[in-house]
Design a protein around this ligand. Structure first.
Ligand code: SAH
Length: 353
């Protein structure tokens, strides 16, 4: 291997771990609080001005902060949505989107460089998975964006590049850090983890006792259709996935979110809506145990899929409402900056090829 990672990843440490580290290099404990404070503000080692220059230089040489560099930044003229292409310390890139809602500012972050799930409609998976992100690199997307924008981030959705539950340990460590008062202190109730359906990891997540929202990417109402769109379904079926989601709801009391990407002619007909409602009803007798998010598919050149008309999307939504579910059509934010994740990194890869 050309590069072995020997740097100490300070950005992934809890306060106690950071204190142990500073003591191990012969520094006083209060340095841990100073370093943590800078990291939380998205400031990297060379700029930590209240540390002695020698210590700053040592940290910069021996440690990782996880704070990425802005490779590209796009701001939507339509709604102000900001999309970053961030460069990580090894030069790999991921995308982060910041959306401004009335109730606060939400960031959509990436959990891996690339993805190995192979969903047919998704741009992030086309080149496969390159590597997992470390907790510091998930936090770093938030702190770098927050610093650049001068805005506090109130909520996080793990719906960027990657499958968070295929990078389970790092994702869970990130979730504990980001909700900690020592770090960004973001309320767990304002955090969603979205999964394509790694069933054993959903069961494990349930036991972490976090008040986060579980979001499952369903996208089809029967196994034949789902397996054709999402290879993960061949490993864990819809029955196993919805069973795990129901269990998550029963154990945590947290309403589960169901994502359903509407693809014209594939899964968006009246029959599909009916089949979806009766499928969900089998697991969630109470409609209020879940919320359905309908996402008109974002066309990705390689997939050839497109979204249906506004009318067909509204008809699909109404059909679910009539069956007793709450369903909303996701507003398309930043349409002018291809804000859907995966597309910017993909463009950079193909431009460089
Ligand atoms: N791997 C996770 C999170 C990343 S994607 C997951 O699968 O849930 C976040 C959501 O966007 C998922 O529901 C995903 O299926 C959906 N998605 C991916 N590509 C899309 C596209 N081209 N158009 C609309 N939604 C898409």
């Amino acid at each position: 291997m050309s590069e072995t990672r020997t740097k100490t990843d300070l950005g992934s440490m809890s306060r106690a771990e950071l204190e142990d580290y500073v003591r191990s290099i012969g520094e006083s404990r209060f340095r841990a609080a100073q370093i943590a404070d800078w990291l939380r503000r998205g400031v990297d080692f060379p700029e930590m001005t209240n540390l002695p220059a020698a210590l700053r230089a040592r940290l910069a040489a021996e440690c990782e902060s996880g704070i990425p560099k802005i490779e590209k930044k796009l701001v939507s003229a339509v709604d102000g949505t900001v999309k970053y292409l961030f460069a990580l310390s090894d030069g790999e890139c991921v995308e982060t989107v910041v959306m401004f809602y009335k109730h606060g500012t939400t960031a959509c972050i990436s959990s891996q460089v690339g993805c190995r799930m192979g969903c047919r409609f998704c741009a992030s998976t086309i080149g496969g998975k390159v590597r997992d992100l470390r907790p510091s690199e998930m936090l770093g997307q938030l702190t770098a964006a927050s610093r650049d924008l001068g805005e506090r981030i109130d909520g996080v959705v793990m719906m960027g590049i990657g499958e968070p539950l295929d990078n389970y340990e790092n994702t869970v460590k990130f979730l504990h850090l980001v909700t900690s008062p020592d770090s960004l202190n973001i309320g767990a109730r304002h955090i969603s983890v979205s999964t394509s359906g790694i069933v054993p990891a959903i069961a494990a997540l349930e036991k972490e006792n976090l008040q986060i929202t579980l979001s499952i990417s369903l996208h089809a109402s029967n196994d034949t259709r789902r397996s054709a769109l999402m290879p993960v379904n061949r490993k864990w079926s819809i029955d196993e996935l919805l069973g795990a989601a129901k269990h998550y709801f029963d154990a945590t009391g947290r309403r589960v979110s169901v994502e359903y990407t509407l693809i014209a002619g594939e899964n968006d007909g009246e029959d599909d809506a009916k089949e979806l409602a009766s499928l969900l009803r089998r697991y969630f007798a109470r409609g209020d145990a879940l919320h359905i998010n309908l996402i008109p598919v974002n066309p990705v050149k390689e997939s050839g899929f497109s979204a249906g008309s506004r009318e067909s999307i509204e008809a699909f939504r109404l059909s679910l409402e009539r069956a007793g579910f709450t369903a909303t059509v996701r507003r398309t934010l930043g349409p002018d900056i291809s804000a859907s994740c995966g597309q910017l990194r993909r463009k950079r890869e193909t431009d460089n090829a």
